[in-house]
Write a protein that binds this ligand. Structure first.
Ligand SMILES: Cc1cc2nc3c(=O)[nH]c(=O)nc-3n(C[C@H](O)[C@H](O)[C@H](O)COP(=O)(O)OP(=O)(O)OC[C@H]3O[C@@H](n4cnc5c(N)ncnc54)[C@H](O)[C@@H]3O)c2cc1C
Length: 467
């Protein structure tokens, strides 16, 4: 009986697969619309740009990058203030220093300096009431708790390499972060951890694994040892501008995927829509660097197993922006809620307003676990400023939003049960199957240096496979 059931299940599985498969679109492309490369890289953000430069320049592979916007860099964004002409980085702020960062910035002649915390005043204000809140912990409490946290996360150095988790997964990593904090009595570390890991969204109810991946060993080492660096000209996007010039026509901008036909052996055939019409890319291997959500990967015609993995992602909605004339100069304001666990604001919220160093300009983040529209994020920020102004905490102002940027989906994650049941073992087992490799922020801790390290580890295998 059991075998009958499994046989019919297999049959129906096959049947549904064949029904689900879309009809093959046979289209003839003119020779000038066919691009042949060793590796096609999907997404030209931090990891896509890094992989393209290294595969072409260091591994002697031909590449083409598919980028849906008109620039490289992804989450790295810089605004030039029209008043002073100075740059303000409002996405990626600083890199964790180390050989990988030095090597890649060095090849583009970008000098680095230590990222120094400017001596601006920090005020703790409840953005709902607009009233000041006394920070709940002394600096000494914070340092002690952070040192304890450092010691705890040092047990799991493998996390620096990504989600190559042992089996069984350490139980502490599966605790909600709130339970993890209670277990180790590190409440005083929470405000600092939250500042770095706000992208986690529902912070206290998310598995500790994801908070540690956002603020773990590399970040703690950099924090304690002064290891954060920025370009000397404070213009983070410069490296991507220089990479763009180097890669030249090997990047297709404003280009989206139409259809991806993958094969274990033989050429991958990727149809893309470019500003000058559809093109066919024939490549030996594909490197996916975009967030691997089922929606993003629709053109791939995922099989059942892939869909079952990629459909599990949860993520945060995150906006970063710059506001003019909202908060006084030389002041940073941190949202510190009254009457909630550990003074953390309830979602959705604006996290902070950080003075950019340029008169009138503050950067900020908004965080939500539900989808938000630009207008929702904007309202959140303006209502926070209005509340502070009404409470007399800041002077009345007429703020304007200068730029906005949507970083959603951020911090892809799955449930603790799924992690426990081997999600990442199954996910990592996809590497190389159907001619496809993966990197990007779903695959390792979401920090540039960590992701470049993860990408570095993949490149020899991709180069060897793309022959
Ligand atoms: C607000 C913010 C601040 C951060 N600050 C820091 C920091 O200070 N220091 C640090 O080290 N890290 C920081 N990070 C982490 C940062 O996300 C990563 O370092 C890095 O950007 C992730 O690289 P990625 O290649 O995975 O994704 P991304 O850099 O996001 O690149 C993805 C690229 O793919 C493109 N794309 C998306 N979908 C498609 C599609 N369907 N087809 C074609 N192209 C597509 C996008 O336009 C984008 O260019 C920050 C992240 C955010 C969001």
């Amino acid at each position: 009986m059991a075998s009958l059931i499994s046989k019919s299940a297999a049959f129906f599985g096959l049947l549904s697969l064949s029904i689900a498969a879309p009809p093959l679109l046979v289209r003839n492309f003119a020779p000038q619309d066919i691009i042949t490369r060793d590796v096609v890289i999907i997404g030209g953000g931090a990891t896509g740009t890094y992989a393209a430069v290294r595969l072409r320049e260091d591994f002697n592979k031909t590449v083409v990058v598919i980028e849906r916007t008109g620039r490289l860099g992804g989450h790295t964004e810089t605004y030039f203030d029209p008043v002073t002409g100075f740059p303000v980085d409002y996405g990626v702020q600083a890199w964790i220093d180390g050989p990988i960062i030095r090597a890649f910035t060095g090849r583009f002649n970008i000098p680095l300096v230590a990222a120094v915390q400017p001596p601006f005043a920090t005020e703790y204000i409840d953005f709902k009431t607009g009233k000041p809140v006394v920070p709940p912990f002394t600096q000494a409490d914070v340092t002690t708790a952070l040192t304890t946290y450092f010691g705890i996360v040092s047990q799991w150095p493998f996390l620096v390499g990504g989600y190559n988790l042992p089996n069984p997964v350490p139980a502490d990593l599966l605790l909600s972060f709130g339970d993890f904090v209670t277990k180790y009595g590190i409440q005083a570390a929470v405000p600092t951890i939250w500042t770095f890991a706000q992208s986690v969204g529902d912070f206290l109810n998310t598995p500790a694994l994801y908070v540690i991946q956002t603020f773990g060993l590399p970040q703690l080492q950099a924090l304690f040892e002064g290891g954060f660096v920025v370009p000397a000209d404070h213009f983070n996007s410069e490296i991507y501008l220089k990479a763009s010039a180097l890669l030249g026509a090997d990047v297709l901008y404003n280009t989206t995927l139409v259809d991806v036909a993958r094969h274990d052996n033989g050429l991958q055939q990727i149809t893309v829509k470019t500003p000058t019409g559809q093109k066919l890319i024939k490549a030996k291997k594909i490197l996916v660097t975009i967030a691997p959500t089922a929606d993003n990967l629709k053109p791939f015609t995922l099989n059942h197993h892939e869909s079952s993995l990629f459909n599990q992602w949860q993520y945060t909605t995150n906006y970063t922006r710059i506001i003019r004339n909202g908060i006084p100069d030389d002041v940073n304001v941190i949202n510190t809620a009254n009457g909630t666990a550990l003074n953390l604001p309830t979602l959705p919220y604006a996290q902070e307003f950080s003075f950019s160093g340029i008169p009138g300009l503050h950067t900020f983040h908004t965080v939500s676990v539900k989808p938000q529209k630009d207008q929702d994020a904007q309202n959140l920020v303006l209502s926070s400023i209005a509340a502070m102004s009404a409470a007399g905490t800041i002077p009345a102002s007429t703020p304007s939003i200068e730029v906005l940027s949507n970083h959603t989906p951020m911090l892809l994650r799955v449930t603790a049960d799924s992690v426990k049941n081997g999600f990442y073992t199954s996910l990592y087992a996809l590497q190389g199957l159907k001619g496809t490799f993966y990197t990007g922020s779903a695959w390792a801790g979401d920090y540039t240096s960590v992701l470049w390290g993860f990408t570095d580890a993949l490149l020899p295998g991709i180069a060897a496979a793309a022959v």
